[in-house]
Design a protein around this ligand. Structure first.
Ligand SMILES: Cc1ncc(C[n+]2csc(CCOP(=O)(O)OP(=O)(O)O)c2C)c(N)n1
Ligand SMILES: [Mg+2]
Length: 314
């Protein structure tokens, strides 16, 4: 799954630079272990909400590369019927209940889903994925309080990549300790290495178990780093923005690449051979190539149907 996400993300770079993809795209490269480890701890019936950087969550929840790529090209065959683009990914049939780029905006929506599933006694778990930037939004604290009071089956999954757009976390938080914000609300809170897929899975599995036993909510801070620019492949290439992240910092995190780390683990423990891993890469590359061809050939939505699917018709 991590390879699926990475290869799919990296395949978007060239079409973005060529202007073939026109919507803003926030690449997930570098953070794959989080979506993968968390979603593998869920069942198909559970719910996920995400933010502007949501491709990984959609794929890990079972989304198709073909429909994701078609959506990013704005085509009718996309998972949001071409109305959403990269930042509005939705696939209710697999529990991906939506992503939206309002920072922290989907957290209260996730609470609603968790509350509904609790009232209906469905034993479904909801995961709300958001970035460290959401820790600066008041709605997160209101949501923590509400989730704790209602003992809601929700996992608040904060992906701390140390930056909100180009603002380093040290300039907007007195202490780099996001996981502690759950504590005043008596929420079990953890900090995990978000580039270690097995650790992510382990802590998520435990959190899912607690939520199913009515012992939620759980707050998890995943420490990670994005390997691409904030929006688009590279903030330096894209004109006026500059990636202010120090080169040495980026290099340090490249060495902690979650995919390379897990590959090394698999080979060292003789679980997979190098050739098997290479075959997986080739298979995913083929699938991704096919998805781009499909997306480019697919039609745009009919302009007369612009609001179809956007508003619910009674
Ligand atoms: C309420 C709100 N304020 C500001 C923005 C502009 N904005 C878009 S992404 C972003 C930073 C988000 O950072 P973070 O939550 O850490 O997620 P990351 O991009 O690092 O994954 C900001 C400020 C927005 N979309 N919504
Ligand atoms: Mg961030």
């Amino acid at each position: 799954m991590m390879v699926r996400i990475r290869i799919c993300e990296e395949s978007l770079v060239e079409p973005i630079l060529k202007g073939e993809i026109r919507c803003p795209v926030h690449l997930y490269s570098g953070q794959e272990a989080i979506a993968t480890g968390v979603c593998f701890a869920l069942s198909e019936r559970d719910y996920v909400f995400s933010s502007h950087r949501s491709h990984g969550h959609y794929l890990a929840k079972g989304g198709s590369i073909k429909e994701l790529v078609a959506e990013i090209y704005g085509k009718e065959a996309g998972c949001s019927r071409g109305r959403g683009g990269s930042m509005h990914i939705i696939a209710p049939e697999m529990g991906m209940l939506g992503s939206a780029p309002i920072v922290a905006g989907t957290i209260p929506l996730a609470l609603g889903a968790a509350l509904a599933s609790k009232i209906r006694k469905e034993k479904k778990v909801t995961v709300s994925f958001f970035g460290d930037g959401a820790a600066g939004e008041g709605v997160l604290y209101e949501s923590l309080n509400f989730a704790a009071l209602g003992r809601l089956p929700i996992i608040l999954a904060c992906e701390n990549n140390f930056y909100s757009t180009h603002l380093p976390i040290r300039e907007c938080r007195p202490e780099n300790n996001i996981f502690k914000i759950g504590k005043p609300f008596c929420i079990q809170s953890y900090r995990v290495d978000g580039n270690d897929v097995l650790k992510v899975y382990e802590v998520s599995k435990n959190a899912v178990g607690l939520c199913r036993k009515n012992r939620g909510p759980v707050f998890i801070e995943f420490v990670t780093y994005r390997l691409r620019g904030h929006v688009g492949p590279d903030d330096n290439i894209q004109g006026t923005h500059r990636d202010i992240r120090p080169k040495e910092e980026i290099e340090k995190w490249r060495k902690k690449d979650p995919i390379r780390r897990f590959e090394a683990f698999l080979i060292k423990n003789k679980i997979f051979r190098k050739e098997t891993l290479e075959r997986i890469d080739r298979e995913v590359e083929e699938e991704v190539k096919g998805a781009h061809e499909f997306a480019k050939e697919s039609p745009y939505p009919n302009p007369n149907e612009l609001t179809k699917y956007v508003f619910k018709e009674n």
